[in-house]
Design a binder for this molecule. Structure first.
Ligand SMILES: *Cc1c(COP(=O)(O)O)cnc(C)c1O
Length: 376
């Protein structure tokens, strides 16, 4: 793709790449019998949902707003989980959700009658903390020390079995099937005795299914075995695996300054537009670049906010950078625009979709109003 004429900063999601991921996920569904839903927390560019809903069963929402989006724009199954539901939201959530997942027996007992009264067909589940995870970093470890996410065996109350149709867990983060195997082992060891009358188990997200090298056949076997062993449906709810490597963030070099090294200032921001690069942290790939010093010309790439730490990292290039050059960050479609902020008044990148027929569509542009409207 040529980026010469695109106005930066912008995210460009490519439908063809998205569909490759969806086809693989659908292969997992058809071979294993699992049902796969999209976690809106990781990817929610609803301009692509016409494509997504041809392959996926629905969405998983983390509260009222995501649930409404799922209902309005995806219009298939809506599963809603929240670490804690609020009184003021519960009625609306119950009305539009097919599944509601409580985080604790306490919340389940508090709301079970009300959600059933509003929506008799709603399916109730409880999120379990299997207390095993190989998550690489603490902020993305739902089963870490003192985690508030999910009910541990110690806090489990068998009384909930009178009200639930299934159980959920979510213990992975960008992980392969071997990590799932270990989590399942811990989960079954602690909770299999309660599976008898359940209709489904939801294995959560974090399955890196669309990453090269992921053992898809093994996942299929694990799901099939699990379904047969316990006579339950299995749900997966990936976010990252849907948006994985489906597009880029395009930015431009605004200026080049020198202070001990060459520093390029871009019209984007690590802090505001690529938050996981600072939070996780990780180094985003830049097209045509290498590690500092590997190619002839090394630059520190920095954002256009006043935060000193708004830095993407040090990258080297074959040619010297020029003002106006495009810098293309790879794989910036998941956990980016769903988390963006207007910190420092910096403009939000536009959202573009490269349709399957090749047209590049600007689906959303942002301006001053988006900044102002959130502040008073
Ligand atoms: C974040 C989250 C997901 C999606 O996780 P990915 O790593 O994006 O696949 C699924 N379920 C729950 C409960 C989550 O919190």
């Amino acid at each position: 793709m040529k980026f010469d004429n695109v106005k930066t900063p912008c995210y460009i999601c490519e439908e063809k790449l998205l569909e490759n991921n969806l086809k693989l996920l659908d292969y997992v569904q058809t071979q294993s019998g699992a049902k796969i839903i999209l976690a809106l927390k990781g990817f929610a560019m609803w301009g692509t949902f016409d494509l997504l809903k041809r392959y996926l069963r629905g969405c998983t929402a983390s509260g009222l707003h995501e649930a409404i989006l799922a209902k309005e724009e995806f219009a298939k199954e809506v599963h809603t989980y929240s670490p804690a539901f609020k009184e003021e939201d519960i009625q609306s959530i119950a009305k539009i959700s097919d599944h509601i997942v409580f985080n604790s027996p306490n919340q389940l007992f508090l709301y079970k009658d009300r959600v059933k009264a509003i929506n008799p067909k709603i399916s109730i589940s409880l999120r379990i903390n299997p207390e095993y995870s190989e998550s690489p970093v603490d902020i993305y470890n739902p089963c870490g020390m003192y985690s508030r996410l999910g009910t541990t065996l110690k806090n489990f109350d068998a009384e909930v079995l009178n009200y639930v149709d299934g159980l959920n867990f979510h213990a992975l983060c960008e992980q392969n099937v071997e990590a799932l195997e270990k989590v399942l082992e811990a989960f079954e060891e602690k909770f299999a005795k309660y599976f008898k009358n359940l209709k489904y188990i939801n294995f959560g997200g974090g399955h890196h299914i669309t990453k090269k090298g992921y053992d898809v056949e093994k996942l299929i076997k694990i799901i099939k075995d699990f379904r047969e062993k316990y006579s339950v449906d299995v749900y997966l709810e990936p976010g990252e695996a849907v948006g994985w490597e489906t597009g880029v963030l395009v930015s431009s070099v605004l200026d080049i300054v020198h202070n001990g090294m060459d520093i390029a200032i871009l019209d984007t921001s690590a802090e505001a537009h690529m938050p996981d690069t600072l939070a996780m942290p990780y180094r985003a790939d830049v097209r045509g670049s290498a590690m500092a010093g590997e190619k002839k010309y090394t630059y520190r790439l920095g954002g256009n906010t006043c935060l000193a730490g708004d830095i993407m990292g040090d990258y080297s290039f074959d040619e010297p950078l020029q003002i106006g050059d495009k810098i293309i960050f790879e794989d910036q479609i998941h956990y980016t625009f769903v988390k963006n902020t207007t910190f420092n008044g910096i403009k939000l990148p536009s959202l573009l979709i490269k349709r399957k027929n090749g047209t590049l569509e600007i689906v959303k542009e942002f301006g001053y109003e988006d900044y102002k409207n959130r502040l008073s």
